[in-house]
Design a protein around this ligand. Sequence first.
Ligand SMILES: O=C(O)CCC(=O)c1ccccc1C(=O)O
Ligand SMILES: [Mg+2]
Length: 329
Amino acid sequence: MIRAFSLALDAPLPTANGTIDHRSGFLFERDGGVGEATPLPGWTESREDCGAALREADAADDWDAALAACEGSPAARHAVSLARLDAESRARGITLAARLADDPAGSVPVNATVGDAGVEATVEAVENALDAGFETVKVKVGARSLADDLERMRAASDATDATLRADANGAWSREQAREAFDALAGLGVEYVEQPLAADDLTGHRGLGDGVGVALDEATTNHALDDVLAVADCVVLKPMALGGVDRARDAALAAREAGVEPVVTTTIDAAVARTAAVHLAAGVPEISACGLATADLLAEDVADDPAPVESGRIRVPDAPGHGVEVSVDA
Ligand SMILES: O=C(O)CCC(=O)c1ccccc1C(=O)O
Ligand SMILES: [Mg+2]
């Protein structure tokens, strides 16, 4: 069964690639398992293509055929593969985390996400995050001039003890990125996510010297091994990678290559967000993940079984992903 949903954001999230103000997607149910597809054009197939793939999957005779119908549609494949893993885990009475990994952690550290804003509003948001117990804060940059962004980062660094990250969403030129990395190294910034365009993989080589290079968008248009060859850190979005199973495999490959995996959402609804928490729990000693996105939504498809508490999210211990979708979703 397929159910469509559309959720408003609590406040629009401005990024270097435009503003996200709502998230629309589908819940996919089969054999007692529930999955979610929340496509984000630029990262996944369109909503139309996602819906079409899910309808084909819904009509398929078995799970393998349902998954085959979603090849090339990562958000749709995310929904179907998750529904299958959820159904299997529920049937066995184990958590999704235990289905994905041998000895999953009970909780995962998460970063706060601060959108593009002026200097004062940025500092206030970073301070609020620290007050709420976050130790790591990711600030969106690249939507205004580099000088303005560096001023925001400097002010945030002066005002707080937070571990800071920046996410440029591919907005900078090589020259701007060089200047930014030199300035941010002095502030102790942990890493910059996707400083250069996703196409410019080689431009990232040698950029990080003190500040890490984290690649995100690059994972959608390059082979993982090529990304791992230039990155210090790789951002894994299960919705963009085609499922938590594929994201789990990518996380293991990253570790093998000496690259730190970080799991994040594409601002997904409760089902996909919680599934990503189960996935992250299976990666030993994972660094703070971009999973604190529930509060960005004004509404959701279910009560949140995995709220952020002092900068961490506890993995629900009910069988499967542990999200009980409300009937009127
Ligand atoms: O990583 C986070 O902190 C939250 C997720 C996030 O930033 C994001 C959300 C939707 C689309 C793209 C991105 C991104 O990381 O670029
Ligand atoms: Mg990013």
